[in-house]
Design a protein around this ligand. Structure first.
Ligand code: B12
Length: 323
């Protein structure tokens, strides 16, 4: 239904059939046609409307979007935009919102907005993405790849540092707002999260916090550059079920090992928390993982969520955990 390019344009369904197939009264989709020009059925010789499969997909998309709380005029412009972007190949439609291509388009538009320092267009892209997808999907499949690409573009010298910082700052504001709105203090078990001492790259940690909080955990977020001794003190006070550390750059691997060591020393609890970590450097140099006495949580928040779910379940059942 959402793949507007996969649907045939041959006019073959009458109004009654469309009502039956979509569950929407004819008055409604005829009003959409009058006001917004969508759908755009053909006419028989006797001037009766004849709809194609694509028209039906359009009606279904409008229905879905309005049911999700998007206004009808906004829903129409979203669908129009999808229809005006040409598919890259016949087999792989570029405008389908529920597959990789839909994400690629949103990423591309977000990067374009960043390179123009255009926060209002970036906000527009975010609104559109959030009308279609869950916040964690927007974080993982739109913001994260866009920032990785922006970082690579900066390394290649294609964009200046200011654009990179603008995109990072904009994204951190969005992600923080989504994280706050997900009521991180509500769920359970409790996960304490921070970057290790000296680590200022905070985006990966924030995305992981959002995803974990949206999965129902209570997340206590300490942010960037957390000295090991202070972290251990916080763990003694909070008694979390898990501690998740971010150490994406090479320069902080020692700091990660130190933090992990002080957490192993004394957490003030008879049931030690799961200690997990992540960061790009452990993907680039997998051997480094052997030097850290904690659980590697994978490439990104998606893997972290799955591994932690498993580990916290085992911990709740009282099974012994080793990294
Ligand atoms: C933006 C940026 C900054 C910003 C960060 C702002 C912020 N609020 O986060 C600022 C300007 C502060 C900055 C500073 C520095 N930066 Co910088 N920065 C970048 C840049 C351009 C993008 C990073 C980014 O946000 N990427 C997008 C996010 C999504 O990626 P990510 O953070 O890596 O997260 C991914 C993984 O690491 C992982 N992950 C991260 N945390 C966690 C946690 C868990 C639990 C899990 C599961 C996964 C996970 O998930 C994400 C998806 O895979 C990169 C270049 C690049 N190509 O990456 C350089 C880069 C990371 N920076 C680098 C350096 C050297 C520095 C500085 C030392 C530069 C300097 N001389 O001042 C300083 C010091 C920073 C410090 N002490 O930590 C190097 C690191 C080199 C290395 N070998 O490790 C890079 C790669 C650039 C380079 N090639 O030189 N930087």
């Amino acid at each position: 239904v959402d793949d507007l390019f996969d649907n045939q344009t041959v006019p073959e369904y009458n109004t009654r059939a469309v009502e039956k197939l979509t569950g929407i009264p004819a008055d409604t989709f005829r009003a959409w046609e009058r006001r917004y020009g969508l759908p755009a059925p053909a006419r028989t010789e006797g001037n009766h409307r004849l709809y194609s499969q694509r028209d039906i997909a359009i009606v279904m998309s409008l229905k879905q979007l309005t049911e999700d709380g998007v206004s009808i005029s906004r829903a129409v412009s979203i669908v129009q935009r999808r229809l005006t972007v040409e598919p890259s190949t016949a087999d792989e439609p570029a405008a389908a919102p529920l597959n990789g291509s839909g994400f690629a388009q949103l990423q591309h538009r977000l990067i374009a907005a960043f390179t123009q320092f255009d926060a209002s267009e970036a906000n527009h892209v975010m609104e559109e993405a959030l009308a279609l997808y869950e916040p964690e999907t927007v974080a993982l499949d739109v913001i994260q790849p866009a920032l990785i690409e922006l970082g690579n573009a900066w390394e290649r010298g294609d964009v200046c540092a200011a654009i990179g910082n603008f995109g990072t700052a904009f994204s951190m504001r969005k992600l923080s707002a989504l994280f706050n709105a997900s009521q991180p203090e509500m769920g359970s078990p409790t996960i304490l999260m921070s970057c290790v001492a000296g680590e200022m790259h905070e985006v990966g940690l924030m995305i992981t916090a959002l995803v974990l909080s949206r999965s129902g955990y209570r997340v206590i977020y300490l942010g960037a550059n957390m000295p090991g001794a202070e972290l251990a003190e916080a763990v003694r006070r909070v008694q979390p079920d898990a501690v998740v550390l971010s150490a994406p750059t090479e320069i902080v691997t020692d700091a990660l090992r130190e933090s992990v060591a002080s957490l192993h020393e004394d957490t003030g609890s008879d049931r030690a928390p799961v200690i997990g970590y992540g960061g790009a450097v452990f993907e680039l140099s997998p051997k480094l993982r052997d030097t850290v006495d904690a659980v590697y949580l994978g490439r990104d928040a998606r893997g972290a969520r799955d591994i932690l779910r498993q580990m916290l379940r085992s911990r709740a059942e009282g099974l012994v955990l080793t990294p």
